[in-house]
Design a protein around this ligand. Sequence first.
Ligand code: ATP
Ligand code: MG
Length: 196
Amino acid sequence: MLNLLLFGPPGSGKGTQSELLAEHYGLEHISTGDLLREEVAKGTELSQDIEALISVGKLVPDHLILDLLFKHINQMDGKKGLILDGFPRTYHQAEELVKEFNARQWPIPLLVALDVEEEELLERLLERGKVSGRSDDHEETIRGRFKVYHEQSEPVIQFFKESHSPMIEIEGVGAIDEVTANLIRGIDQFIKESNN
Ligand code: ATP
Ligand code: MG
């Protein structure tokens, strides 16, 4: 079983690359952002609260995303492996992820961090905002999402370092297929090393 976590700032290409990697390795792609947007679209009790947070670029509470994600995972069958996109996004989510995976006796996932500088990210997200229809793809909220990323999500890297969990960093700038090729090279190297 191969499990991957696509990590990186907003607009770094997590969604795009996750889909391509899911295809390449035959993994199940789960985006927590998509799970939340589906929840909002369903118009459930929680919809308004979730949308209020997303539209200002804040994270939803850890317990909510953990509950939603692991309910989703429990419903899946045929687990060759998972690629999680947008999760974990806080130190606590990383801790809980490891606990849940250990409880299932699943291998600890590889953290794959996409590295892209902020100027490029802003440009990409503003461009996407013209067509995405997402309430959070406009400049003020994008800046807020960068701040949230630095303050709340970057500590996930710290957690992986402290717990000596596997992690690779890949340059996320260039043509989409070039980035994919670099990701595959890094991930294959990890697979090779874990088989030794
Ligand atoms: P991109 O997909 O372009 O990299 P992004 O990572 O900001 O951009 P999504 O992953 O779709 O976008 O997340 C959108 C919003 O959903 C976040 O800003 C946050 O409000 C919420 N969200 C998604 N994942 C989580 C999570 N793991 N914990 C808490 N909130 C989350
Ligand atoms: Mg995304």
